[in-house]
Design a protein around this ligand. Structure first.
Ligand SMILES: CC(C)(COP(=O)(O)OP(=O)(O)OC[C@H]1O[C@@H](n2cnc3c(N)ncnc32)[C@H](O)[C@@H]1OP(=O)(O)O)[C@@H](O)C(=O)NCCC(=O)NCCS
Length: 193
């Protein structure tokens, strides 16, 4: 399979934030932005893979600044990394106020996509041809995130499935939560006994 350059599939989607995208506070819903990010991730990954692709996971969604109705938002996507059947698409999101010309970087997120064949099975994608130092840096950074995610995933799964109330209940004391009287009386007292 011939390698395809990052530039082959680089994709930018620009969309005007219309009033129907707003939440009750008058700002754009985070879910609207996520949906548009998913769309551009699909376009970029499908172009590289030459196949239908599905979204498997999303990393790094932290909206650092709100997006307002009337702003032009650009979603700049490129393939950062490819595995055997998966690709990581990095998406930089910027919002522009056309009147003032001010531009804000709202977030950069990473979508892992998997290419599927006609039988709905994961299928091999072309290698990535790295043409610039930025291409190389992004590929290496994606490798590092993959490594970190693997170790984080293991800790996360353990935390979800092996949390013992008796060993951890005291941690709630400094948190902003309260236990109902009946929970305290009937359940937690049993734990302490
Ligand atoms: C993703 C999916 C194809 C994995 O299927 P699978 O039988 O486990 O296949 P594999 O184990 O061979 O994994 C395929 C690739 O996905 C990657 N992958 C699987 N789960 C992953 C995860 N949670 N995060 C990142 N990558 C993941 C694997 O590393 C592998 O990559 P590689 O081939 O580049 O090494 C399958 O779980 C699926 O179809 N999920 C639904 C996706 C979907 O429909 N999304 C739309 C949301 S409605």
């Amino acid at each position: 399979m011939n390698a395809k350059p990052v530039s082959h599939s680089r994709t930018t989607l620009t969309e005007l934030m219309i009033p129907s995208y707003a939440n009750f506070g008058g700002r754009v819903h985070g879910g609207i932005l996520l949906s548009l990010m998913d769309k551009v991730a699909y376009a970029c990954s499908a172009k590289h893979a030459g196949q239908y692709c599905v979204t498997v996971s999303v990393d790094g969604v932290n909206f650092r600044q709100p997006v307002d109705v009337g702003e032009l938002v650009s979603f700049m996507a490129s393939v950062n990394y490819v595995g055997r059947t998966s690709l990581v698409v990095g998406i930089k999101v910027i919002a522009e106020n056309v009147k003032t010309g001010s531009v804000k970087h709202t977030n950069t997120s990473y979508f892992t996509m998997v290419a599927k064949d006609d039988a709905d099975q994961p299928t091999e994608v072309p290698p990535l041809l790295l043409e610039t130092p930025d291409d190389v840096r992004r590929f290496l950074e994606a490798m590092k995130r993959k490594e970190l995610r693997a170790s984080y995933g293991e800790h996360f799964d353990n935390a979800k499935t092996r949390m013992l109330l008796t060993e951890n209940i005291d941690k709630l004391e400094k948190e902003r939560c309260e236990l109902t009287a009946s929970l305290n009386r009937d359940f937690l007292q049993d734990l302490k006994d």
